[in-house]
Structures are given as C-alpha cells and as structure tokens.
Design a binder for this molecule. Structure first.
Ligand code: SF4
Ligand code: SF4
Length: 730
C-alpha cells in the first residue's frame, strides 16, 4: 500500500492544467469585477442613506443570517433545500481552495514533501467529507429542479437565468464525480492502481463510479477512459469559471448581493419608517423631490435591494394583498425595478414582457392569467431614459398595486434577503400624496379629517370623550401627573364598537388600582394613517403637537389599546423628540393586562367556556414582537380553550386588511383581505375571536357580517374578555 495523497493535474499535465486554470481565472476575475462594478455604479446613482453605523451588530447579523441561514430556514422545506445546496457549495469551495493552496503556496514554498496538504489521514477524511457534501449539493439541486419544474409553485416564475443556475451548478457537481471516478479507475502510483489502495473507497461516490467504469472497459488506463477524464476535467473547469463569471449577470448574483444587503439592513426599530430628511427645506424648493417618482429617486440601498432579490417569492406567498387578487405582488414590486435598472425587460404581473421603453399597458391586469404561449403583450412606447421614467404615470407601478398594500410587513418578515418593501411602497405613496396629489378619494378624506379635526372621521374634538359617559375617567389636565397615561386613540374615542373597548380598559385600570389619566380633548390622531398614506408633513405636524401635549405632564407609562398608536408613539415619535424608553415606557394594553394578571391585581374568575382564537395584529406582532402576552391573558381566563389559525399565526398571521389606510378604502382585490383572514381564523371552529386593535375590530365586524357568522362568532377585544371574566360585566 502507498500513502494516500492527491496528484493534482493527474492526466492533464502541470503546464496545461495551470495554464487552463490560471488563464481562465484571470479572464473570469476581470469579467466578474466589471459586472460587479457596473452594478455598484448603478446603486451609486441612488440617493444617500446611512447604513454603516453599528458595525458589530451588522457583522453578527451577517454571520447569523448568511452562515446560519436563519431566515432562510424559517420556511422549513425550501429553507432546508437551500441550506443543503449552500453548505454543499461552501464545502466544495473550501475543498477546491485547499487544492489551490497546496499547489500554489505550500508546495512551492516548503517543497514537495513538507508542503503537501492532501496527504495521509487528512486526505482520506477530505475525500470522505467532499464526497458526502457533494452528494448533499447535488441532492439539493435535484430537489430545486423538481420543485421548480414539476410542482410550479405560484410564487416562482421560471426564467432562463434560473435554468442556467441549476444547470451549471448541476454540471459542476456531476462532472466532479465523473472526474474522480475516472481517475480512481485509471490512475496508478508507482505502477500500483489507486483503485486497489485500501484508502480509495473513502471517496465512496467516486469509488462506486470507478467500479462501474472498470466494468464497462473505461478503467485500467483505457484510452477512452483517459480521454473522457480529460473531457470532464476541462469541461468541469470551464463550467466552474463560467459559473463565477456569470454571477453578476444572472440569478446567481444573490450569492454576493444578498449577503451584502444583509450587512446593510435597516437597524432602526421595525415599526419606524424612515423620515424624509430636511422635509421642510425640501418643500420650499421650486421642484421638491419627495418620495419616489422615478428610479433615480430611490436610495442606493433600495437599488441594492433590487439586485439582492433572488425571486424566491416568499414575500408574495404571505402577502394579503396578493392573496386578495389585487395587482400587488411584493416580489414583482422589486423585480420590476431590478429589471428596469438593468435595462432588461420588465416582467409584469401576468408574465408578459415589456421593456423600460416599451412598457405594457396596465390593462393586462384585468385579464385572467393565460398560458405563456397565449399571452399577447401590449406595448406602449415611452419617451425618456429609464432613470427618470415616471413609474406610476407609465404603469410600471399601478395605483392598485401601491394602495392595496396594508403595510403589514409580512413580506419583510419572510424575505431572506432583508429587502425593505414597506419603505418602498410608502416612498411611492409620499410622492403621489405630497407632490402629485394623486390619491384615492377616501385617502383624501381621511387626510383632510386628520388635518382639520385631528381624527380620520372628521368628528369634533369635543366628542372625543363621549365614550367616558357614566365612568370616572380623569384627564391629565385635571391631574397633571399619573402613573399611566392611557392614550385612547381615535377609533376607541369615536367608533361606536371600539368605544366599548375603551370603556372596558378604564374599568380594568380602575379595578387594578392603576393611577391613570387620559388626555381627553387634548389628544389628536397620532398621524399613523397619514404617514402610511404618504403624507409625511401632516404626520410630522401631528407628532410634534402630540409630543408637546404629552410632555406637559408627568407619567411613567403610556398604554394604548390601539396597535397603530402603540407602534407610532413607541417607535416613531422618538424621531421627533418623543422620549419613549427614556422618560417613560410605551406599552400595549395586552402587555399591561398580562402584567396585572401576573401580579394578581386582576384575577379572572368567571369561566368563559369557549374556543377562542386570537388574531395577531401586525403592528404589535410582526412590528413589535408581542405574541405571548395576549395568549397569556387568554390562558389565565378559566374555561378558555385557546386555538390558533393553523399555519397563519404569530409572525405568520395574515393582516386583517385594515393597515396602511386600507380600513378606509374599498378594497383593491377580488376578495376582501378580512374575508380571507376570517376563513383562516375559523378553521378550528372558535366561538370567540379575540382582538387587540380597533382597526382589526372594524375589519372583522364587517367580515363576520358578510360571511354570515355574526351570531356564530363573537368578536371581542382582550380588555372586554378579561373584564367579562372578572365579573361578567362589560
Ligand atoms: S406589507 Fe403586507 S400587503 Fe404590503 S406588500 Fe408586504 S405583505 Fe403585501
Ligand atoms: S423580495 Fe425577498 S422574499 Fe420576495 S422574492 Fe425577493 S428575495 Fe424572495
């Protein structure tokens, strides 16, 4: 037996092998660098955005997401599929690098004997691990191809670049084994066939192939076997370099750009939209640039987002607007811009193609999806260059697409590339609202209501406290200081159904002995709807007024029964002088109620013998990670059998359809989002739907009546349920 070792360039020859590898590497490096620089230059055309703060946190997140595949694995089956390919690829990459290091560094520097790395026990283990990881890699690729080309999941659409990625990686994987098998079947060391060495079977896949090759006459130095080895060696090498060269020009770009995007991800609180810098100065300009009207208006980070998208469609699969049949797909929202900035055909909703200068008419959206062969794209010639092409005016983004977003963040929660869809949509809305005044009529009415009356319903401020009739509810103006400021919000103050929630809440606070007060007529809309509808100026005015009002008084905690008010005061007001987390805490009522129950200040006693399903509101769930408190309160109520909407709960809960101003809009799809969500919630046949946000209450009141389950399914806020369990009153 001879010592195990790898003869690099066996059968190829040192000179030919080196020239092929290093000649190709030089060309490939040049092509790839050119491609990457071309993309970087496109991103540099974007507006500035500060993303290099907090480098340590960025680095940690990078490692967790990229090498831990954290978000990728959240979607279990596709996640495992991707992880198999990813780790297989990494192993093969490291294995190839070890060969290069031995050939070019250790052997030339330390000599033939001392410099060998792939020798002895290390080489035997290397062969075993490489063969195993190679198998995983190929299995993952086969799984991907099977899923993409036989299952046709709705969230994927097939392009040539997808086929290229699978084909080139598959060829690299398979040809690697053929090279190994033919080498083992034909190579001799000192006249002894390698195949007969006791260490040869360590490369178990190659060894198996070697047995096959020998049995069919391709081993033991056969000229055909040696010729085939050369063929596979050269084609494998060239395919590997073609793969590297194609990275910036194909779907494979995500290998570089997705990790880069992860590094530059937004580290601000999830619930905080980015303010427009120097808003007032910008408005004073003759031609203010507010929000996004054209490709040139995006920031460099948004332009990187476009290239980082791997088109996996996870965002689309969880998007309520897409599920409702509206024109919005968060995936296409991104890919359209990716194609536009590259000057490639813009792929629109039905899979038809239009170019940046020949964009499809929006009528296509009204057509039912057709088989690819039957699609007849309608082209319109557009003047101007793609950087300054007005996106909405030319139908690249449509009104339906932009306004049907509920800002629920389900897309961002799913996206493994950390793409920021909600900010993009709000940026487009900002331009439509503040510059073009192109807003749906309901949006206009809501904005006018907030501006003139301080609430979206345009009701007078003096009616803001009508809900307190018959209750002893102190105001801050009377007390000046209190332990807790109860921020009521417009819906609980004005909406008849939600008034009952506010009443339940103050009764609970009173029963628990909490020292609290409200702002009463001094309270005004937080501005959340205005901000999500793109009216940043109005939002900032509301924020400043409310912050000034609040800061006249002393309190330690703000509690809200509205998920949107909670998110805005907690995460967005600090951008304008709010002191949440510094001078006071902002808590959602579900957190406070859970705490009061835990501390024994509220003790639910009266059984509610019902199946109860809880709907996670987006703005406390996905935006603020509050999932356990509401469930803890429900579990503390005797008799409650808590059930979940299968697959669609906690961070995967579908929106009620009311966010982003949609509570006031008519609906943009073929079905209401609230109807779809109600079906999910009804799966376990609950008798009560537990809620924690007044917008959800409005949406589900409608949905239950429309679905004919008004009697069958009670809709109650968490505060109402807890109060009912204390004494049976509400
Ligand atoms: S925020 Fe929600 S509605 Fe808007 S695109 Fe994302 S998933 Fe769809
Ligand atoms: S935006 Fe994210 S989730 Fe959506 S297709 Fe692209 S990478 Fe996938």
């Amino acid at each position: 037996m001879t010592e195990a070792f790898r003869e690099i360039y066996w059968n190829v020859g040192e000179t030919v092998g080196s020239l092929t590898v290093y000649g190709s590497a030089l060309i490939v490096l040049a092509v790839m660098t050119w491609g990457v620089l071309r993309d970087v230059n496109r991103w540099r055309k974007g507006r500035p955005d500060m993303r290099i703060d907090n480098l340590r946190k960025r680095a940690v997140e990078f490692v967790v997401q990229v090498f831990g595949q954290k978000k990728t694995l959240k979607d279990r089956r596709p996640g495992i599929m991707h992880a198999i390919v990813f780790f297989g690829f990494i192993a093969l990459f490291i294995g190839t690098d070890i060969i290069a290091v031995e050939e070019d560094f250790t052997v030339p520097l330390m000599g033939e004997n001392a410099g060998k790395i792939l020798v002895g026990e290390f080489y035997k283990n290397y062969e075993l691990i490489m063969d195993f990881m190679g198998l995983l890699f190929i299995a993952g690729l086969i799984w991907m191809a099977y899923r993409r080309y036989t299952r046709y999941p709705d969230r994927l659409h097939n392009r040539r670049t997808d086929l290229w990625a699978l084909a080139v990686l598959g060829y690299i994987g398979f040809s690697g084994y053929f090279i190994e098998g033919l080498r083992l079947a034909n190579q001799t060391i000192g006249g002894v066939p390698v195949f007969t060495q006791d260490w040869a079977p360590r490369a178990f896949v190659g060894y198996g192939l070697a047995i096959l090759f020998r049995n069919i006459g391709l081993g033991d130095g056969s000229p055909v076997g040696l010729g085939l080895h050369l063929f596979f060696w050269f084609s494998h090498t060239l395919a590997s370099f073609a793969f590297i060269a194609s990275i910036p020009f194909s779907k494979l770009q995500h290998i570089i750009y997705t990790p880069l995007n992860t590094f530059f991800r937004d580290l601000e609180p999830k619930g905080a939209l980015t303010p427009i810098p120097n808003l007032e100065a910008e408005i004073e300009k003759d031609e203010p640039r507010l929000g996004v009207a054209t490709l040139a208006d995006f920031t460099w980070k948004q332009r990187l987002d476009f290239d980082a998208c791997m088109q996996c469609g996870r965002c689309q699969s969880k998007c309520p607007a897409y599920a409702s049949g509206s024109q919005l797909s968060p995936k296409f929202l991104i890919t359209k811009m990716a194609n536009l900035q590259r000057g490639e055909p813009v792929l629109l909703h039905d899979g038809s193609l239009g170019r940046a200068h020949t964009v499809l008419s929006t009528d296509q959206y009204n057509e039912a999806p057709k088989p690819i062969a039957e699609r007849t794209p309608v082209y319109a010639t557009i003047e101007g260059d793609r950087e300054t092409l007005p996106l909405v005016e030319h139908g690249i983004y449509t009104e339906n697409e932009i306004w049907s977003c509920t800002t629920c963040r389900a897309c961002m929660e799913e996206c493994p590339a950390m793409i920021e869809h909600v900010d993009l949509i709000v940026d487009v809305r900002r331009n439509l609202t503040m510059i073009q005044s192109e807003v749906p009529s309901n949006v206009k009415r809501v904005l006018e209501g907030i501006e003139r009356a301080g609430n979206p319903w345009r009701l007078p401020a003096r009616e803001r406290t009508a809900w307190t009739d018959g209750l002893d509810v102190p105001t801050m103006a009377e007390k000046e200081s209190a332990e807790v400021l109860y921020w009521v919000g417009c819906a609980p103050a004005y909406d008849e159904r939600s008034k009952r929630v506010a009443r339940a809440m103050v009764q609970l606070l009173t029963r628990a002995g909490v020292d609290f007060a409200i702002l009463g007529e001094e309270e005004s809309c937080t501005g959340d709807p205005a901000r999500r509808m793109g009216e940043e100026l109005l939002f900032q005015a509301q924020a400043q007024t409310n912050i000034e009002t609040m800061h006249q008084y002393r309190f330690k905690k703000i509690v809200t029964t509205c998920a949107h008010c909670f998110n805005t005061i907690k995460n967005e007001y600090p951008q304008f002088g709010g002191r949440a987390g510094i001078d006071y805490q902002v808590v959602h009522h579900t957190d406070l109620l859970a705490q009061l129950v835990r501390e024994g200040k509220l003790t639910p006693k009266r059984p509610i013998n019902q199946k109860v399903v809880y709907h996670d509101p987006c703005y406390i769930g996905r935006y603020n990670d509050i999932y356990d408190s509401p469930r803890a309160v429900l579990q503390a109520i005797p008799g409650v059998q808590l059930v979940e909407a299968p697959d669609w709960n906690r961070e995967r809960a579908m929106c009620c359809g009311g966010g982003g101003g949609n509570v006031w809009m008519e609906g943009w799809g073929k079905r209401g989002v609230n109807a779809i969500r109600l079906e999910q919630l009804m799966q376990e046949k609950p008798q009560t739907l537990a809620l924690a946000c007044p917008f959800c209450m409005v949406m589900f009141e409608d949905a239950a009546k429309n679905a004919g389950v008004d009697e069958q399914l009670a809709r109650k806020d968490m505060a109402e349920l807890l109060l009912e369990s204390l004494d049976g009153e509400s």
